[in-house]
Each structure stands twice: as C-alpha cells, then as structure tokens.
Design a protein around this ligand. Structure first.
Ligand SMILES: NC(=O)c1ccc[n+]([C@@H]2O[C@H](COP(=O)([O-])OP(=O)(O)OC[C@H]3O[C@@H](n4cnc5c(N)ncnc54)[C@H](O)[C@@H]3O)[C@@H](O)[C@H]2O)c1
Length: 260
C-alpha cells in the first residue's frame, strides 16, 4: 500500500468549514494528517456535515473544530494549542478570506477597505506569526501555506481591497520563507483562479452566470477549478515531495495567467 503523504502530521487550516479550506482539510485527512478546523462558523456555507466530522467519517484521521476568528491573535493561539492534542502543529494553512467590498474605488469606504485587510492580510500575518513561534519552539521544521489568488499577481479592477491584500500575502510569503528557512520551515503561496465555491457562486456571482460562461472561454482548460484542485496543490506543497520548495507561488488557474 502507498504510504500516505502526510502520515503523522498535524495541520491547522483556517477557513476550513467551507470551500477551498474544507477541501484542503479533507485531502489532508485522506493523506493521514489530523486537522484542526479553525473557522468562525462550524457549518459549511454550502451543504454537508461540519468538516471535522467529514474528516472522521471519510478517513482514519482525527478532526477538531475550534471557533476561530483569524483577526484575533488569542483565537489563533487557541487553534494552534488544539493541535497539541494531535502531537503539535506541523502544517499551517492560512486560507480564511472574504471577497469584501466589490465595486469602483470611489464607492468603497476606507472602513470597508480596512475590514477586508484585517481578514485577508492581517489574518495571514497572525496565522503565520503564531505558527512560526510554535514551529520554532518545537524545533522540527514545518510548512506554512498561504492562500493568495490570481488577484495577488495582477491588479483586478473593482476588487481593489481584495487585490491589495492578496498581493501583500504573496510578498509576505516570500519574506517569511527567507526568514524561516534556517528553522527548516518552508513557506509557499497558492494562487487559485476562479474556484467553484460560495465565494464565486454567491458573493461574486460569477460562476453559474452568463458572464461566468464568457470568463470560462478564456481559460485554456475551459473549466473552473474545483476546491479539490487547490487541495491537491496544497497537499503536494505540505508534503515531503516539496521538501526543497519554499518562497514559491503555485498558480492553479487552468492556464489563464501565463497565456494570451
Ligand atoms: N473561490 C475562489 O475562486 C478563490 C480564488 C482565489 C483565492 N481564493 C481564496 O481562497 C480562500 C478560501 O475561499 P473560498 O472560495 O473557499 O471561500 P468560502 O467563502 O467558500 O470559504 C471561506 C471560509 O472562511 C471562513 N472565514 C471568513 N472569515 C473568517 C475569519 N475572520 N476567521 C476565520 N474564518 C473565516 C468562512 O466562514 C468560510 O468557511 C480565500 O482566502 C479566498 O480569497 C478563492
């Protein structure tokens, strides 16, 4: 039998109750990792049982839900403390995020902009900082993966706060990798294109619409990503297969970014 890619590992995944984070948590469980589900909500935004229950019903791994707001350092510390029950954190996935205010810059308030940055940028900083403290203390290396976006590589009109935060996540990833490599901690970013989750079907209202069909025609693979496509990339980056990969941006977009 093939050895599981994440056997004996423990991961903390923020925003893991829904969408991409939920798929990452499920994939990690299937590859042998115990998972702390750190989210402000327990129920998925779409259908299904809570992620920690899904992990335990579909794999041998253990799952635990910890009510966590990524903008609150003590919440994030509690989520990482919860990983001690499973032997201590090895992998931190900073995934929680929202689309935020959507529209021309002239119609977005500074307050809305700040609230988006609190979650999508500062939340990643807090997650990376607390995980780094714990991983350095444990002295056995580790992996941090930050979920950015194509919007972290290009400037997207009408979602300026989101684009700003995601570009910050990208550069924060590189700087963290430069600093933490000496501790054997690898730090990478994933940049998904449009993925079919509540964020794109409900908040952005793009997938499933006529406009969405037009967007799909510009994707070389002619389909939107499923959350599992991003989860597979995260599994690879978290595993020993990526043991010499750090400070990298992995684009999961069906080929949009690098083609005309
Ligand atoms: N869906 C896409 O097309 C797409 C593309 C690129 C990047 N992303 C990024 O992927 C990540 C996940 O997005 P998704 O599409 O799965 O969205 P989603 O809305 O399906 O899930 C997001 C999860 O994050 C949680 N969350 C929100 N605010 C939180 C907070 N303050 N603290 C803790 N948890 C919080 C929500 O409760 C939810 O369970 C986000 O960072 C998003 O920006 C998504």
């Amino acid at each position: 039998m093939r050895k599981e890619l994440l056997a004996d590992q423990t991961a903390v995944v923020t925003g893991a109750s829904s969408g991409i984070g939920r798929a990452i948590a499920g994939a990690f469980g299937s590859e042998g990792a115990d998972v702390v589900v750190a989210d402000i909500r327990k129920q998925p935004r779409k259908d299904g049982e809570p992620t920690h229950e899904m992990i335990e019903s579909t794999s041998e791994a253990r799952g635990k839900y910890v009510n966590t707001d990524v903008t609150d350092t003590s919440d994030v510390e509690a989520a990482i403390d919860a990983a001690d029950e499973f032997g201590g954190i090895d992998i931190m996935i900073n995934n929680a995020g929202v689309l935020g205010p959507n529209g021309p810059v002239t119609e977005i308030s500074y307050q809305e902009y700040r609230e988006l940055l609190d979650i999508n940028l500062d939340g990643v900083f807090i997650g990376a900082k607390v995980a780094a403290e714990r991983l350095i203390e444990q002295g056995d290396g580790g992996a941090i993966i930050n979920i950015s976006s194509l919007a972290g590589l290009q400037g997207y009109p009408n979602i300026i706060p989101y684009s700003t935060a995601k570009a910050g996540v990208r550069n924060m990833t590189y700087a963290l990798a430069g600093e933490l490599g000496t501790h054997g901690i690898r730090v990478n970013a994933i940049h998904p294109g449009e993925v079919e989750t509540a964020l794109t079907t409900d908040d952005m209202a793009i997938i499933g619409t006529e406009d969405g069909e037009a967007v799909k025609q510009n994707i070389p693979l002619e389909k939107f990503a499923q959350p599992e496509d991003v989860a597979n990339a995260a599994t690879f980056l978290a595993s020993e297969m990526a043991s010499h990969i750090t400070a990298e941006s992995l684009v999961v977009d069906g080929g949009v970014f690098n083609t005309a």
